[in-house]
Design a protein around this ligand. Structure first.
Ligand code: SAM
Ligand code: SF4
Length: 371
């Protein structure tokens, strides 16, 4: 089938997705036009903010691609004080962001569980319950996710990184702490508990094929995710994967492939939330705007206190590490208007897909009750 036929027939088989990911020239334009039209129709030309607080770079894991992996001794470890986290959340609240996202390295411990639980309560209190909260702190036990949900977190981002288990095993150490099955179980727990559940992958990993990426998109559709956060893989000099730099796609191709992945998932899952990942901007100065134009509707302005940002370097050339929260806000606002979109302040900007999905679920339940 031609790209035009695939898009006309809405036929997203593995083979057809691969054709879309390969699209060049007029075909590529067709793909982006369709994804932009769908975004306009289902979401509108709108963008919602999640004020991003990277509250700690301490991590118990050793993912082979990540600059803050436990084994990297070449960085200063930090852990924001509770008051600093609350001040950042208050900045988001006062600036009418609607939501924040708390992200960190992955630590599973009773102390971290109760610290986050307590912070969630305090953030809800300081904002009169108005700030929406996304968590992204890795794999945890079901009960831990439930505790945090009950304390006020209602969205969770856990990238599956790759759904090809062989590739997953190539980019992670081969031990029980880095287990693909557990990653999937965690995603399932999050969904079962009632979180708006987000996942995603890195694009342009060593050994990754278009077939893998098509499989990733099919997984997201079948798993029925509510939010998607995916972006290019970018090397970090102090990580084991750096040894494969030679076999990677050039950065601009990784970038272009990331845009195509965003466009295809927007077409396949019309009403989910899609993040314009910061890593896009590490390659193209207007990378995030491009993503907003063709399908993304969520931006995450960094509101981590400036002095810590340099130490949350997941990859080389991470942008905006010397900006302040204020700089981030005005810069992103200008960027969004460049993309002919509008920032919606003071709203959670929840995934429409989630609402529909929950609605369907409730209706099913109601049906069962009435039987
Ligand atoms: N520790 C949590 C976890 O792993 O889910 C949350 C923080 S982690 C730093 C967030 C995401 O950063 C990961 O899911 C991964 O996809 C991304 N990341 C890490 N290293 C990267 C790299 N070198 N290039 C692009 N993205 C990277
Ligand atoms: Fe830790 Fe997350 Fe980085 Fe893996 S990706 S090393 S879990 S911060």
């Amino acid at each position: 089938m031609t790209v035009n036929e695939i898009l006309e027939n809405d036929d997203y088989s593995r083979e057809n997705i691969i054709s879309l990911l390969k699209a060049e020239g007029d075909d590529r334009t067709l793909l982006f036009k369709k994804s932009a039209r769908i975004k306009e129709e289902y979401i509108g030309n709108k963008v919602w903010f999640r004020g991003l607080i990277e509250f700690s770079n301490v991590c118990g894991k050793n993912c082979l691609y990540c600059g803050i992996r436990k084994g990297n001794k070449n960085l200063v470890r930090y852990n924001l004080a509770d008051e600093e986290i609350l001040a950042a959340a208050n900045f988001a609240y006062k600036n009418n962001y609607g939501s924040i996202a708390l992200q960190s390295g992955e630590i599973e411990s009773k102390a971290v569980t109760s610290r986050i639980e307590n912070l969630l309560h305090r953030i809800k209190d300081l904002s009169q319950g108005e700030l929406g909260i996304t968590l992204s702190v890795g794999e945890q036990e079901h009960e831990v996710y439930k505790k945090w949900y009950d304390a006020g977190a209602h969205r969770y981002l856990l990238r599956v990184e790759s759904t090809n288990i062989d590739l997953y095993n190539k980019i992670h150490p081969n031990d029980s702490k880095h287990n693909f099955r557990r990653r999937l179980e965690c995603l399932k727990s999050l969904q079962d508990i009632g979180y708006q559940t987000g996942t995603g992958v890195m694009i342009g990993l060593p050994f990754q094929t278009l077939d893998d990426l098509a499989g990733d998109l099919i997984f997201m559709k079948e798993f029925n995710i509510d939010m998607c956060g995916m972006g290019p893989y970018i090397e970090h000099a102090d990580t084991p994967l750096i040894k494969y730099s030679e076999i990677l796609l050039p950065l601009l191709e990784r970038f272009d492939l990331s845009l195509k992945m965003i466009a295809v998932i927007r077409i396949m899952m019309k009403d989910i939330n899609i993040v314009a990942a910061t890593a896009l901007q590490a390659i193209d100065p207007v990378g995030r705007e491009k993503a907003v134009r063709i399908g993304a509707n969520i931006l995450m302005p960094n509101i981590t206190p400036g002095r810590y940002r340099d130490s949350y370097k997941l990859y080389d050339n991470k942008p905006c590490t010397d900006d302040s929260a204020e700089d981030c806000k005005s810069c992103l606002e200008a960027r969004v208007s460049l993309a002919d979109a509008e920032v919606i302040y003071g709203e959670w900007g929840d995934s429409k897909h989630f609402r529909e999905r929950r609605g369907a679920y409730l209706n099913d339940n109601e049906k069962n009750i009435s039987k």
